[in-house]
Ligand binder design. Structure first.
Ligand code: ADP
Length: 259
């Protein structure tokens, strides 16, 4: 992985993908990878054939979140067999390289890795391929948008102004590249005190809802700060695989996106 890409502007979208959905954010740390993993697991629980491509090449989180550490096999030395966890086919650069080492690559290397993770991985026929993008508006987003033609982008943000500011830039990029924006997700929307039930709006109140309304976009979900979500992500078993309120919220989100 990570060689210089050949193939100019040729399509790198794998055959047999029903819907290619990009999960994006302006800032890091807002829960984009958490949403991508849980959406994939929720779709799989609804009987969909789902793939999860971790395109956050500098900071791959999906091996940890999906509980994977083995190296994907390549029986013929060219094609790569994705790993499978919680009913989802998963591919991440973090499965191919030493997870403790920094990936110090420039744009062309990043695009080569993205190209290979799309085109050289045996995804098979899928109802949905969820792509966990890096934060921001860089080379990977550009290449994916132009050469894999996503069917839609989902924008994850916290309600905080600094996160929203960058989310706006990400949405502007998708509009410019003619990728449909399916809607926004407000993550870490509020925190309910487990002792007294008080609702605290740690990152502000309703910022993403307001932003989505202003842009005429659906607010796809407003997800609270949830200890179980964090613990499950760290343990490699996404909360959507269980039976908590968060799992139900992700099931609803999955139904809204793929019917
Ligand atoms: P990003 O992909 O935007 O960088 P992550 O999905 O890696 O963000 O999330 C950052 C951290 O926040 C992780 O530890 C994750 O478990 C945690 N997290 C994400 N969403 C929630 C949530 N709704 N409640 C609690 N913790 C969350």
């Amino acid at each position: 992985l990570g060689q210089h890409p050949k193939g100019g502007n040729a399509s790198i979208r794998p055959e047999g993908i029903g819907a290619l959905l990009a999960v994006a954010s302006g800032k890091g740390g807002v829960g984009k990878s958490t949403v991508a993993a849980n959406l994939a697991v929720a779709l799989a629980r609804q009987g969909r054939r789902v793939g999860l491509l971790d395109a956050d090449i500098h900071g791959p989180s999906q091996p940890r979140m999906m509980g994977l550490s083995a190296r994907p096999a390549s029986p013929d030395g060219t094609r790569i067999t994705p790993l499978e966890a919680h009913g989802v086919k998963v591919m991440s650069i973090g499965l191919m390289l030493d997870p403790a080492k920094a990936v110090i690559w420039r744009g062309p290397m990043l695009m080569g890795a993205l190209q290979q993770m799309l085109a050289q991985v045996d995804w098979g026929d899928l109802d949905a391929l969820i792509v966990d993008l890096p934060p921001g508006t860089g080379d990977v987003q550009l290449t994916l948008s132009q050469r894999a033609r996503p069917d839609g982008a989902i924008i994850v943000s916290t309600p905080q102004d600094v996160a929203l500011l960058d989310a706006r830039k990400a949405m502007d990029m998708f509009r410019t590249l003619e990728v449909p924006i399916l809607g926004m997700i407000e993550n870490m929307s509020f925190f309910t005190c487990p002792d007294c039930g008080h609702e605290a709006h740690v990152f502000g109140h309703g910022g993403v809802k307001h932003e989505a309304e202003g842009l005429g976009l659906p607010l796809l979900a407003a997800l609270p700060i949830d200890l179980e979500t964090r613990l499950a992500g760290d343990a490699g078993c996404p909360v959507a695989a269980g039976d908590s309120p968060a799992a139900r919220a992700y099931a609803e989100l999955a139904l809204r996106l793929i019917r």
